[in-house]
Design a protein around this ligand. Structure first.
Ligand SMILES: [Zn+2]
Length: 217
């Protein structure tokens, strides 16, 4: 068993724990499928915010769309703050997952992956993306397009990655790879919060995602 399928097995067990939340959704899905009422295009919106703190207090670096701000090869330049989260706190992945779940009329990411589950401590959020992708394709959908707005005062995102290329391009490539789609269907926009409120004061990082999923022929 690969480590990825091992993580998938752990997640299935985790999802079972949240059965009380999940039971109504499959029944509704089955009804809609039987009646042939699945729309051709569905739209989803996702939002996430995470608090930033010193690297020591957070216990991990900031990770955004799989790109770590720790100065390692292939990732973003090192940044002094870390992301406070039960998992790795990837705001783009979490927002994309919530947008897909929203488009599918499923419970949100917090219901599927409880933040008090010890098995998810420090988890690589790509496993949530894999699960969202599986649920999307199981329902007969693929990604239409995905528009991400990342909002952070710090760290700077419009910079070169360590080893070449742009950090934003790596983020786009990671999202596209996990959703098995083309980079031309994924956009990552980044902006500041004009130095106001928690995000603008560098105490948090947040993200909005709007995406469409389209029914496979
Ligand atoms: Zn999150």
């Amino acid at each position: 068993m690969s480590s990825r399928s091992g993580r998938r097995a752990a997640l299935v067990a985790c999802i079972s724990c949240a059965g009380a939340y999940l039971q109504p959704a499959p029944a509704r899905t089955a009804t809609a499928l039987k009646a042939g009422r699945e729309p051709f295009i569905r739209i989803g919106h996702g939002y996430d915010i995470h608090r930033l703190d010193t690297r020591a207090n957070a216990g991990q670096p900031i990770v955004v769309a799989g790109v770590r701000f720790d100065g390692s090869e292939g990732h973003a330049p090192d940044f002094e703050l870390g992301c406070v989260a039960h998992s790795d706190g990837d705001v783009i992945y979490h927002s994309v997952v919530d947008a897909i779940l929203g488009a599918l009329t499923l419970p949100d990411i917090g219901c599927l992956f409880p933040d008090n589950d010890p098995r998810l401590k420090g988890a690589d959020s790509s496993i949530f993306m894999e699960e969202a992708y599986k649920r999307m394709t199981d329902r007969g959908y693929r990604l239409g397009n995905c528009d991400v707005t990342l909002i952070c005062q710090k760290p700077r995102v419009n910079v070169d990655a360590i080893g070449g290329g742009l950090v934003k391009e790596r983020m786009i490539a990671n999202v596209a790879e996990l959703l098995r789609t083309e980079v031309g269907l994924v956009n990552v926009k980044a902006r500041t919060h004009e130095k106001v409120d928690s995000v603008g004061e560098g105490r948090a990082i947040e993200c909005h995602v709007v995406l469409t999923i389209e029914r496979e022929e």
